[in-house]
Design a protein around this ligand. Structure first.
Ligand code: KG4
Ligand code: ZN
Length: 348
C-alpha cells in the first residue's frame, strides 16, 4: 500500500497531537496542538525586519528566510511541546492563500515530515485558520458565532454556522482593512508593518480629521476601504505640496476610528439580525487595541459573549493552523503528496 492509502486507514483520535506549519507571508511558524484546543507550543520566527527598508514584504526575501528558519522552528516547536516526533498524529500545513514561494517552503517541509512519519498531511486554508484562532481562546466555544475576519488580505463579517460551514455576510469590495492600514502608514512615513505603528501613533491623536464614512450605516454588510485610503493620501499630499505641517497623530487616529468602527458596526448588526450572540475576531487587524476595546464595549452593552484571541494568535501563527487542522483531521480531509501551494483560495 502506498503512503496515502495507508494514512487514510488510520483511526482518528479525539486527543490527536497535530504539528502545524505556517509560512504564507513573512512569519515562519510551527505549533503543536493537542485535541484541537490545547496549545503545547507555538513558535514564530519573523523576517519582518528584513523587509523594513523596502516598505513591505519582498517575496523572494521571505522565501529565503523561510528556508533558513523552517527546520529550527519545527524543532523548537517539538522540543517546547515536550514531545517526540513519533508522538505526532498528523501534520497540518497552510497551502494557501499567500505568497507562492513562501507557501511552498512550508508545504514541501510538511510533506516530507508527514511522509517520513507515515502520518496524514492536512491541507489548511490560512483564512479558515484565522477564524479557528477563536477556538484556542475559549475551549468551550462552539458555533454558531459571528466572526470579524480582518487581515492584510481579507475583510469580512462571517456567520460561522458549524465547525465546517460558514456564511459570508459581507466583505470588502476593494482593499482589505490591513492593506489600508499599511498604505496609510506608508504615506505617514511609518515603518512596515504599518498597522501596529498606526495604532501607537493614534494614541496621541484625536479623531478630528474629516474622512469619508464608507458604507457605515448602509444596509448590507459589505465594506469599501479604497475611498478612505485615498482620502487620507489626498489629505496628506495636499499639506505636503503646500509645504505645510499637519498633525500625523490626528490622521492616524481618525483613520483608525473610521476603519475600525465600520467593522464593529457591521458585526453588531450581524449579531442583531441573525440572533447569534457570540462574537469573535481573527486576522492581524484583530490585534488592534482600539478595535478590541470598542468591540468589547459594544458587546457588553448588549450582553453578547465576545471571544478575543490573544494578539499573538490574531497575527500570523501556526497554532491557528493546528486548530483548523484538527477539524479537518476529524473528517479525514487528508492530502496526498502532490499537494500544491495556492496563491489564492476562496474565502469559503
Ligand atoms: O493576519 P495577518 O498577520 O496576515 C495576513 O493574513 O494578511 O495580517 C496582517 C495585517 C497587516 O496589514 C498589518 O498591518 C495588520 O494586519 N495589523 C494591524 C495590527 N497588527 C497587525 N493593524 C492594525 N493594528 C494592529 N495592531
Ligand atoms: Zn494571516
Amino acid at each position: 500500500m502506498n503512503y496515502f492509502d495507508n494514512v487514510c486507514n488510520v483511526a482518528v483520535k479525539d486527543d490527536a497531537i497535530i504539528l502545524a506549519i505556517e509560512s504564507s507571508c513573512d512569519e515562519t511558524a510551527a505549533s503543536v496542538i493537542r485535541g484541537g484546543r490545547e496549545i503545547l507550543s507555538s513558535v514564530i520566527m519573523s523576517s519582518s525586519t528584513e523587509h523594513v527598508k523596502f516598505g513591505g514584504v519582498v517575496p523572494e526575501i521571505a522565501s529565503r528566510a523561510h528556508t533558513t528558519a523552517i527546520s529550527l522552528t519545527v524543532e523548537k516547536a517539538v522540543s517546547d511541546a515536550n514531545i517526540k516526533l513519533s508522538d505526532i498524529d498528523a501534520v497540518a500545513v497552510t497551502y494557501g492563500a499567500g505568497l507562492l514561494g513562501a507557501l511552498l517552503v512550508g508545504v514541501s517541509y510538511a510533506k516530507s515530515l508527514a511522509y517520513s512519519l507515515g502520518v496524514p498531511l492536512i491541507p489548511v486554508s490560512h483564512i479558515r485558520g484565522h477564524l479557528a484562532a477563536a477556538y484556542l481562546a475559549d475551549v468551550t466555544l462552539k458555533p454558531p458565532f459571528i466572526s470579524i475576519l480582518a487581515s492584510g488580505g481579507h475583510t469580512a463579517v462571517i456567520a460561522v454556522e458549524n465547525y465546517y460551514d460558514f456564511k459570508i455576510l459581507g466583505q470588502t469590495l476593494d482593499d482589505a482593512v490591513g492593506e489600508a492600514f499599511d498604505k496609510v502608514a506608508r504615506v505617514l512615513k511609518l515603518e512596515y508593518p504599518g498597522g501596529p505603528n498606526i495604532e501607537k501613533l493614534a494614541v496621541s491623536g484625536s479623531n478630528s480629521v474629516k474622512l469619508p464614512v464608507m458604507l457605515k450605516g448602509k444596509k448590507g454588510y459589505d465594506f469599501s476601504y479604497s475611498g478612505l485610503k485615498t482620502a487620507v493620501i489626498n489629505y496628506v499630499h495636499k499639506f505636503e505640496q503646500n509645504g505645510e505641517e499637519f498633525n500625523k497623530a490626528d490622521v492616524a487616529c481618525s483613520f483608525q476610528t473610521a476603519a475600525v468602527s465600520v467593522l464593529i458596526q457591521k458585526a453588531i448588526m450581524a449579531a442583531e439580525e441573525t440572533g447569534i450572540t457570540t462574537v469573535t475576531v481573527g486576522g492581524g487587524v484583530a490585534a488592534n487595541g482600539f478595535l478590541r476595546s470598542e468591540l468589547q464595549k459594544e458587546c457588553e452593552k448588549r450582553g453578547y459573549r465576545l471571544i478575543l484571541p490573544q494578539k499573538k494568535y490574531c497575527t500570523d501563527n501556526a497554532a491557528m493552523i493546528g486548530a483548523e487542522g484538527y477539524l479537518q483531521y476529524k473528517i479525514k480531509n487528508f492530502a496526498s503528496l502532490d499537494l500544491n501551494a495556492k496563491a489564492s483560495v476562496s474565502l469559503k
